[in-house]
Write a protein that binds this ligand. Structure first.
Ligand code: ADP
Ligand code: MG
Length: 569
């Protein structure tokens, strides 16, 4: 292997030459206690910065095995080290000077959720720590300024690496707490299963966020307190006894006046599919990992989806067993979201009336009297929600502040009262008794058909390589095809969208062949990604440091919104 000294000599040779000479620096160099790899060199000072990575051998990094000897511990430690590295480089970014992006040093900025990312990876057997980051190679105009790059590589980085990635230099108590929290969170998730719960919200949790643009906890918020009747206590391995609200399986209704905290609770449940960092306020809010937010999404495309459990006999005679549209209505989009989530294996639906299509959710008594059932293509969700639980084992948590109709079908009713939940099941059921009984359709829903086979979209590769561009949290573009993901609300981070772009590209280029169903394809792919990480879906000579793992459910959601999905059946 070449050494840091070799790289220094190379830099001296190319100093003051044209920018492309930087390309020669690509390679792997031994730097004292770690290995620096220059994976990709930018073409000019204004282009996206160069891609670098650092690998610290396990023995040097020195993290005790028990800090990363299972997947969730390892992911939590990786997350912590990424944050450390981010903190370290802040003081150095743009300290080396020059034109364009000269001197920038950047790494993933982690969110409140703890996600598996390529920014930092710990090898489970060797304990080697790899961090992937970007550096803007400095230039004056378009002329190489090697002196400034030497500052970065020989002064700044060694200090960042040692202070962020060497166990001996870190606050050991803090690292220990990261591991303990991760174990406690995993334990709660296990307990959900054994205790028959879909979610747990600890007493003392802070659910509201600071603002619409900040995911940090709101200051001075009212801490969560479980209603006594729903309180459960878990004995966590490290924290010990922890009590909170256990939301049981079945149909749970959250009611209450406007502004009393209903949507805030539901949002916390949505993001509870991921673990949160200490201090977030939601670190002990844990939801079934396969819970899906279901909402209306006018305008989305639907490909060969069986929405017949909700929609039938459309006036235009359109097939609803293999329903296709480029421009779904509120109700058809929400129906598709339900059925596709069933396909994706969701065991819990999370629904807020604020973001639902009213005609999908309910049809009131008076309307039923005036417009006969036979004239209405929509079987509303209220008439299916019990069957979804009883036939398919799918629980639902619904926020409904304005319609009492769901009282009749709910198992558990919670009222939010000035941000404090109260259980009012008995009271609400009694009140509902005087009202006409909800009439359920004679036939239960049939098992939706999930037999969509997917063939390659020949149009995508016409112009050679498929280019992926991520539009923040909103969508991902493959060549000129935009996949709109704004309303897939449990995508937490733009890096998950970048991964989804790579996944679609990979499936289009290497997998879709018209023989396998969407379900078979995604299940196989996810197994592979679980074993091999995000590298399984990336081509190219190096692994980019800007990918985060999406859930399997969001891979389904992404492909289902891909307008060029080549469905056949
Ligand atoms: P709803 O859905 O019942 O109308 P929201 O959940 O949208 O109510 O909450 C209304 C407002 O109250 C939001 O601005 C939210 O940030 C704030 N809020 C929610 N929960 C709390 C809490 N526990 N403490 C303080 N403010 C809260
Ligand atoms: Mg609301």
């Amino acid at each position: 292997m070449k050494t840091s000294e070799d790289l220094k000599q190379l830099l001296d040779r190319i100093d003051h030459r044209g920018y492309p000479a930087y390309k020669d620096t690509r390679g792997v160099y031994q730097f004292g206690r770690y290995v620096l790899s220059i994976d990709h060199v930018q073409g000019d000072p204004f282009a996206a910065p160069s891609k670098l990575s650092v690998r610290v051998p396990g023995r040097t990094a020195g993290f005790p095995k028990e800090l990363f000897d299972n997947k969730h511990k390892r992911v939590a430690l990786q997350d912590e080290l990424t944050r450390n590295f981010w903190n370290q480089i802040q003081q150095y970014s743009f300290q080396a000077k020059g034109s364009g992006k000269s001197g920038i040093i950047s790494v993933t900025r982690c969110s409140q959720e703890i996600l598996e990312r390529t920014a930092c990876e710990i090898n489970p057997s060797s304990g080697d720590v790899t961090v992937r980051f970007e550096v803007g190679f400095p230039a004056n105009g378009r002329t190489i300024n090697a002196r400034e790059l030497k500052k970065i590589l020989y002064d700044f980085l060694p200090s960042c690496v040692e202070r962020a990635l060497f166990y001996g230099r870190l606050d050991k108590k803090k690292i220990q707490r990261v591991m303990e929290l991760s174990e406690d969170q995993a334990y709660i998730r296990e307990q959900l299963e054994t205790m028959g719960l879909v979610a747990f919200v600890a007493n003392g949790a802070i659910l509201p966020r600071e603002s619409g643009v900040s995911q940090r906890p709101m200051k001075g918020a009212v801490p969560f307190v479980s209603p006594q009747s729903m309180e459960v206590t878990m004995e966590l391995p490290y924290k010990g006894a922890l009590s909170g609200m256990g939301i049981p399986r079945g149909v749970t209704l959250i009611v209450g006046g406007g502004y009393h905290g209903k949507s805030t609770l539901l949002k916390a449940l949505e993001s509870g599919v991921y673990p949160h960092i200490a201090g977030d306020g939601r670190e002990y809010v844990v939801t079934d990992a396969a819970a899906m937010k279901i909402r209306a999404e006018d305008g989305r495309s639907i490909r060969h989806t069986d929405i017949s459990m909700f929609i039938n006999d459309l006036p235009n005679g359109k097939d609803t067993v293999a329903f296709d549209t480029e421009d779904a209505s509120g109700s058809t989009s929400q129906a598709a979201n339900v059925v596709e989530s069933m396909e994706a294996g969701a065991k819990v639906f999370l629904i807020d009336e604020d973001t639902s299509a009213t005609n999908f959710m309910v049809r009131d008594e008076l309307m039923q009297r005036v417009i006969h059932r036979d004239m209405e293509p929509i079987t509303p969700f209220i008439e299916r929600v019990r069957a979804l639980y009883e036939q398919f084992g799918i629980s639902t948590v619904i926020v409904a502040g304005s319609s009492g109709a769901y009282f009749q079908v709910a198992d558990t009713i919670v009222q939010m009262d000035r941000y404090v939940p109260r259980e009012i099941t008995e009271h609400a059921k009694t009140a509902a008794r005087d009202y006409p009984r909800l009439e359920l359709p004679k036939d239960g829903p049939g098992e939706p058909s999930f037999d969509r086979k997917i063939r390659r979209n020949p149009g995508l590769k016409n112009k050679g390589r498929v280019k992926i561009k991520t539009q923040g949290r909103d969508g991902v573009v493959l060549n000129h095809e935009t996949i709109d993901l704004r309303y897939v609300e449990q995508l937490m981070d733009s890096e998950q969208l970048t991964s989804l772009g790579n996944i679609v590209k990979y499936l289009e280029e290497d997998v879709f062949d018209g023989r396998k169903t969407l379900k078979q394809t995604i299940e196989e792919l996810y197994k592979k990604m679980d074993a091999q990480g995000l590298g399984a879906v990336c081509d190219g000579s190096y692994l980019p440091g800007n990918l985060a793992m999406p859930r399997k459910q969001e891979i389904y959601a992404c492909l289902n919104r891909y307008r060029r999905l080549g469905t056949t059946s």
